[in-house]
Design a protein around this ligand. Structure first.
Ligand SMILES: [Zn+2]
Length: 416
């Protein structure tokens, strides 16, 4: 090996050929990085400060992610005039050609237009760019419209937040859902103060108490959204206390036994469109936990009356989606309540089998998030987090059919 001169600087280096030395390469690499960064940055269509301010103001500086609504502006600590901003204007279609959710047909101008922005908190701005399979441009556009609509509604009606945090939603029947505050809870005696009615009204609550002994057992329950759990009711009474407040007293039955999702038998697999799924020219089948997940999907997508021989099977979810699609935060809570009903209430069974709740393999619902509503296909995608009957946790996406105009299916209960 001979000594040669670096072809970029004056240093002598040990080399067989004439090459740039290490020292000469270092600054060049840095310069190359800077050039590449500046080039890429110049290709990113950033929003102007004015566009960002308008995006934020149109949702009252709250995150547009369904159910988040985090405040993104407030006072800073440095001085009397300091303002802290924590929100971000996120791009619906990518800001550059290789960003998340790219759309090559857009011009630079369209990428930085206000129509391509959505206001989010920092965490959710990051989340949508990491997991692009869950968060399509269509989903983000829906959230944006939703958040702006909600903000407008609150502004127009001077509406307070629907339910404050210390409260929960409770349901006594499908047609009786309200916000409520826990006052006391003994193992089998629960007391609540009733807030705002979501479904039903005070008169219906009075009738419920009056007619209680005559009401079918599957139609009297207490479901508690914040607990993700519920019970069948043994007795019920109410009273009006000071300031016109309504207090309800519930005696609850023990919880029906839980099962493990792994013990769910096999079933014929269905696809997203509820058609039988074929694999290698034969019916595909699902077993155990997959069978339980499919069973959840079927129950949530069905409505009472869908099945001629089991008219009580099904949920209110398709109806709720239709009625509350413009208020996603409330819709999510109602869907959660409905899943709690299906895991709590035993339906009467004409066969000799012991009656048990439809979703007896779920112990508790942790949370429900509506990811997308496809109104054309009548499908709703939710993210569901549950604790199974054997205490294992599970979280995943489920696509639900939410068509409220369907025909009665002449199936036997055993087919479910
Ligand atoms: Zn957020």
């Amino acid at each position: 090996m001979k000594k040669a001169k670096c072809n970029f600087c004056i240093l002598q280096i040990q080399t067989s050929r004439s090459l740039p030395c290490r020292e000469a390469l270092k600054p060049n690499l840095v310069i190359f990085d800077i050039i590449a960064f500046l080039y890429l940055a110049s290709m990113r269509a950033e929003f102007t400060q004015k566009t960002k301010e308008i995006l934020a103001a149109r949702v009252a500086y709250r995150c547009s992610y369904p159910g988040c609504s985090l405040l993104t502006i407030g006072p800073g600590h440095e001085n009397e005039e300091a303002v802290t901003r924590t929100g971000e204007a996120a791009h619906i279609y990518a800001a550059s050609e290789n960003g998340p959710r790219p759309n090559p047909s857009l011009t630079q101008e369209q990428r930085s237009a206000i129509t391509n922005g959505i206001w989010l908190c920092k965490n959710h701005a990051r989340l949508i760019d990491v997991d692009t399979s869950n968060f399509s441009a269509e989903t983000l556009l829906m959230w944006k419209q939703q958040a702006e609509k909600d903000t407008y509604r609150k502004l127009e009606t001077l509406e307070r937040e629907v339910v404050v945090d210390s409260e929960t939603l409770i349901a006594l029947q499908n047609s009786l859902v309200c916000s409520a505050k826990w006052l006391s809870a003994q193992p089998d005696k629960w007391v609540f103060e009733v807030g705002q009615f979501i479904e039903g009204d005070l008169q219906m609550l009075r009738n419920f108490a009056m007619e209680f002994p005559a009401i079918a057992t599957w139609n009297k329950f207490i479901l508690i959204e914040s607990q993700g759990d519920g019970r069948e009711l043994a007795s019920f009474s109410w009273e009006q206390v000071e300031h016109g407040k309504i207090r309800i007293y519930c005696t609850v039955k023990p919880k029906a036994p839980r099962t493990s999702p792994h013990d769910q038998g096999g079933d014929i697999a269905i696809d997203d469109n509820f058609d039988i799924f074929f694999k290698d020219g034969d019916f595909a089948t699902v077993q155990g936990m997959d069978s339980a997940i499919q069973d959840i999907k079927i129950h949530l997508s069905s409505q009472p009356g869908d099945y001629l021989y089991a008219p009580l099977i099904g949920s209110e979810i398709p109806r709720y989606v239709e009625k509350y699609k413009s208020n996603i935060p409330l819709l999510q809570r109602l869907i959660k309540i409905e899943i709690i009903r299906l895991l709590t209430v035993s339906l009467p069974d004409s066969s000799t089998k012991q009656p048990s709740p439809s979703l007896h393999y779920i112990n508790r619902v942790l949370y429900v998030q509506v990811l997308e509503i496809d109104e054309r296909q009548k499908l709703a995608t939710i993210n569901l987090s549950i604790e199974w009957g054997n205490q294992e946790l599970w979280e995943g996406k489920i696509k639900l059919g939410v068509n409220t105009n369907r025909q009665v299916i002449d199936w036997n209960d055993d087919d479910l």
